[in-house]
Design a protein around this ligand. Structure first.
Ligand SMILES: Cc1ncc(COP(=O)(O)O)c(C=O)c1O
Length: 355
């Protein structure tokens, strides 16, 4: 990792904030962006020229490698505001570690922790009014890295741009989610990049997800690429299954993103005395549990979606409805998690990070 002492971040403030143009009650996820953004370039082997400037377009050569070889990684985080106006991040050290893990897999240089946190602090200090209080409201934080070297030879870039942009959001999925279990397409494979937040992982999901949408589902639950036998994760969420009172989720691997919400829910469940099994779960086990009534809940877990109950799943043309989730584990975990994130409860695990 390049741990060179970061240079001071230079700040160019916006002349007039755009905040009054935003309808904070009716946000479309990821459509609006705050006043400022962070930018830092990797040139000659070091990260340099860190700058915060007004959110705006970039000028990049059409020959930049990111456009040709998809060398790009990103993160997804949120800033939450409590009723006293204090702003918090949730386990941001994990996001920093994960973007570097993703970068490593994509042959991108790692980004220094000190600079990551300094950028986050400065940016959120400038744009703190964009973080609205109230459960469900947050400022989505999108750090990302792209390969900027000019040249279409198929090899890793020697120049990169690290950026952070901020987008005010409400809840990600309004209402319950219907998912389809993948039978043909795959999201990732052994030895591949599934565990990285590599841009191409997401682009590759859009086509099969669109096909599932045409059949009335919002999301796909991906299965293993070899046999489509084991349940893995959804497009932007890890997945939990409750059979009777046991909570089951797939183990992480090089095919599955090591979700921060996932690992936090496992900790909360263990604390609450719930039996948690982290193990491969077969589609056939799920179908059997749905048929014999022991399948009580399925829910997705992720920064954007928080905890999203699944109302039904589809498999081989059949629809399996889930019982109503009122009072279930998903509601319980959503409350416990958001209470920590919004500074409404104790934080026994030290997850909250005040900005
Ligand atoms: C593929 C995938 N799985 C799971 C998650 C959930 O991860 P986290 O809880 O860290 O947001 C995400 C979102 O980041 C994702 O993109």
């Amino acid at each position: 990792m390049n741990l060179a002492t970061p240079q001071k971040i230079s700040v160019q403030k916006i002349a007039k904030s755009r905040i009054n143009e935003i309808d904070f009650e009716n946000l479309v996820f990821g459509k609006d962006f705050s006043d400022h953004m962070f930018e830092c370039d990797y040139i000659d082997g070091t990260w340099q020229n860190p700058v915060i400037r007004p959110f705006g377009d970039l000028t990049i050569s059409p020959a930049a490698k990111v456009f040709h070889y998809g060398q790009a990684v990103f993160e997804g985080m949120k800033a939450y505001k409590d009723d006293d106006g204090k702003v918090f991040l949730f386990r941001p050290d994990q996001n920093h570690a994960r973007i570097n893990k993703s970068s490593k897999r994509m042959a991108i240089p790692e980004f220094p922790k000190e600079l990551f946190f300094e950028a986050m602090h400065k940016l959120l200090e400038l744009d703190k009014d964009w973080v609205k209080p109230g459960i469900g409201n947050s400022l989505y934080i999108r750090p990302f890295v792209i390969a900027t070297q000019v040249g279409v030879s198929a090899s890793h870039s020697d120049r990169y741009k690290f950026m952070i942009i901020l987008s005010p959001v409400n809840a990600y999925y309004p209402g319950d989610v219907k998912v389809e279990i993948a039978e043909h397409y795959s999201r990732s494979a052994n030895g591949g990049v599934g565990a990285a937040k590599a841009a191409g992982n997401y682009g590759a999901q859009f086509y099969p997800t669109n096909l599932a949408r045409e059949r009335g589902f919002q999301q796909v639950i991906w299965t293993d690429a070899d046999e489509h036998k084991y349940l893995e994760e959804a497009g932007t969420m890890n997945v939990f299954f409750r059979i009777n009172d046991t909570l089951i989720t797939a183990p992480t691997s090089d095919r599955i993103l090591d979700g921060i919400t996932r690992k936090s829910l496992i900790k909360l469940a263990e604390r609450d005395g719930i039996n948690v099994e982290v193990r491969p779960i077969e589609v056939s086990e799920l179908i059997e549990a749905a048929k014999n009534g022991s399948l009580k809940e399925i829910f997705g877990a992720g920064t954007a979606a928080v905890v999203s109950p699944v109302s039904a799943f589809g498999y081989k043309g059949e629809i399996y409805d889930l019982p109503p989730t009122t009072g279930g584990y998903s509601a319980k975990f959503k409350k416990e998690l958001t209470d920590i994130q919004y500074n409404r409860s104790e934080d026994p695990f030290g997850w909250r990070y005040e900005v």
